[in-house]
Design a protein around this ligand. Structure first.
Ligand SMILES: [Cu+2]
Length: 104
């Protein structure tokens, strides 16, 4: 009876820890009218940001350690952030387009 309880507790702990490591999410940023929406997004470490270009022209997402290349119309670009910090980025085609990803 006691052994069963211990086994149950161990199984429950394993279940909980798996649940905690798999909670990574995808966060969405739209590119529309040559702007990022939202231009500032706060995410959790391990999350992926997906930028989707809703304009008819190409845009890019360029940060210090990530770069999308051309994102064509209706296409998207994903980047996963694994370290906490503030990541500024811009569009290399229109440098006035700016955004930031805050990873907590
Ligand atoms: Cu652009």
């Amino acid at each position: 009876m006691r052994t069963e309880l211990i086994v149950l507790i161990i199984l429950f702990s394993i279940f909980l820890s798996i649940g905690c490591t798999n909670k990574n999410e995808t966060d969405y940023v739209k590119i529309q009218n040559s702007q990022y929406y939202p231009d500032s997004i706060t995410i959790s470490s391990g999350d992926t940001v997906r930028w989707t270009n809703l304009d008819s022209t190409n845009h890019t997402v360029v940060g210090t350690d990530f770069s999308s290349g051309n994102i064509t119309s209706q296409d998207s670009y994903d980047h996963t952030f694994t370290k906490e910090g503030t990541y500024s980025y811009h569009c290399s085609i229109e440098p006035s387009m700016k955004g930031v990803v805050i990873v907590k």
